[in-house]
Design a protein. Structure first.
Length: 489
């Protein structure tokens, strides 16, 4: 495909009765058609070894050979401190407690430190060098440190929004405007879904209970794309998906009869109404029916060994970061295209040392466990793993009384970790200044991150657009964006 551009209105609008009249009376025909279409494409297109066909997405053929076929994005919601994770700044320790040079911060956006005395806060833990690469990683993340040769650290990330909700929206959707499609929706729209009985885009959340950063469901919305590409939230405690199971007294046979009866009744309706979301409803009826069998098996961790549970720190039935990371592996193993994990409680305006002591060990264990498990199962090479938050934290202390000091929001330079799916291991990319304030070398904008992700999936971001309100709208927007080729193998 030389240039992908689709319309979200006319080409998706179908008369419901016409569709059902031609579908053989059964909603199963829609699902069957999807599966046949995908299998035919797989039979006629050469896919690199280890990568399956690109489902039934809108971008076909892919713009170039893909290096990854799935994404797991572990979002540390609230903004983790790059200065306590992957960006070692010895000068901060040396100047700890001294005034921050005004030349560094003059005219810069600050969230909660306006008008206050800006004081340097040194890193709370030492850094060690790991692996043949000698990557410096904080003692807060020793297990991730031990895997340093398997991932790339981008130390020069920048974003445009300094408050949580718009920053999450910008990271997820490429714009601070609410109502735009999330990156998971864009990916599944472009590539389709390989899982026959699970959604292509799954979302899970976890928290430790300390005033976690709230995450709105619109962060995984499909926006102006068809609704079938919206993220589906799974729970790791209680029922994984609400309302998927049959109500008491309704058997699978009865449920199948109901779906077929609705289709037959619709076929005999004479009025024709235009409904652009028809394909979504038809597909979701069938998907929900198939999920009644697939989701309980997915959520049952009894087939995982005690060693694997311990590797992640997973607690079956509990919505922890370890359990969710294990579930993410099980999802991509079953063909799910995009898994977005939101792990809250990284908003450390006060008591940063106390709360980092609580949240870092389980996160370090779960993230390292995910990379290790994906690799040993042969999944890491085809799965892009991204770990990071919506922004970083300031090198200046934010006093918070009895809780102790913390760090404010920071958008001018922070770190993210990328692994698998065509990413070079054992490298660091970009730099911040000696204070960890400004990204000064090989700056990577959020749009560049999105462009890199799409590139690894076989999509040229500049050619992947949807016509919306008269404009060719892209995940990467209208500003320049470039894949970070330096970290691509």
């Amino acid at each position: 495909m030389s240039n992908h551009r689709s319309r979200t209105g006319s080409n998706l609008s179908v008369h419901r009765r016409t569709f059902l009249a031609r579908s053989g009376l059964s909603l199963g025909g829609a699902a069957l058609g999807t599966l046949l279409s995908r299998d035919l494409r797989a039979a006629t297109v050469s896919i690199p070894t280890g990568l399956a066909a690109a489902g039934c997405g809108e971008v076909w053929p892919l713009h170039h050979p893909p290096k990854a076929k799935a994404v797991i994005f572990l979002c540390l919601a609230g903004g983790p401190s790059h200065l306590e994770s992957f960006d070692h700044k010895p000068l901060l320790k040396k100047l700890d407690g001294e005034p921050m040079p005004e030349s560094v911060t003059a005219g810069q956006p600050i969230a909660q430190l306006q008008g206050q005395k800006l004081v340097v806060l040194g890193a709370l833990r030492p850094f060690q060098r790991y692996g043949e690469s000698g990557t410096e990683v904080s003692d807060y993340f020793p297990q991730l440190g031990s895997l340093a040769d398997r991932y790339a650290v981008v130390r020069s990330m920048v974003t445009e929004q300094i408050n949580h909700d718009p920053a999450h929206t910008f990271m997820n959707c490429g714009t601070a405007l609410s109502g735009r499609p999330s990156m998971g929706a864009w990916v599944t729209y472009g590539l389709g879904n390989e899982a026959d009985d699970l959604p292509g885009f799954v979302v899970m959340t976890s928290k430790l209970g300390r005033n976690p950063q709230p995450i709105a469901a619109r962060q995984w919305h499909s926006g102006f794309l068809p609704g079938q590409f919206q993220g589906v939230e799974f729970a790791t405690s209680g029922a994984p998906v609400h309302y998927a199971a049959n109500p008491p007294g309704v058997s699978t046979v009865h449920q199948r009869d109901l779906i077929d009866t609705v289709a037959a009744l619709e076929n005999h309706r004479f009025n024709r109404l235009s409904d652009p979301e028809l394909t979504t409803r038809i597909a979701q009826y069938e998907l929900a029916f198939r999920m009644q069998a697939s989701v309980p098996d997915l959520a049952d961790l009894s087939d995982e060994t005690p060693e694997t549970l311990a590797l992640y720190g997973a607690e079956p039935g509990q919505a922890t970061v370890g359990t969710n990371c294990l579930m993410a592996r099980r999802l991509v193993e079953r063909g799910v295209r995009f898994v977005h994990l939101y792990h809250s409680d990284w908003d450390h305006h006060g008591g940063i040392e106390k709360y980092m002591d609580q949240i870092c060990p389980p996160t370090d264990r779960a993230a390292a466990g995910l990379l290790t498990d994906l690799e040993r199962r042969g999944l890491l090479d085809e799965t892009l793993v991204v770990i990071g938050g919506e922004f970083g934290r300031t090198p200046m202390a934010q006093p918070k009384g009895a809780e102790g000091t913390g760090r404010d929001h920071h958008i001018k330079g922070f770190s993210m970790l990328l692994a698998g799916g065509g990413i070079k291991g054992g490298i660091t990319h970009g730099e911040t200044d000696e204070f960890g304030y400004h990204a000064v070398k090989d700056v990577v904008h959020v749009r560049d991150l999105h462009a890199t992700m799409l590139h690894l999936l076989g999509i040229d971001h500049a050619r992947f657009a949807v016509e919306y309100q008269g404009l060719d709208t892209k995940l990467t927007g209208v500003e320049p964006a470039t894949p970070v080729t330096a970290i691509i193998a």
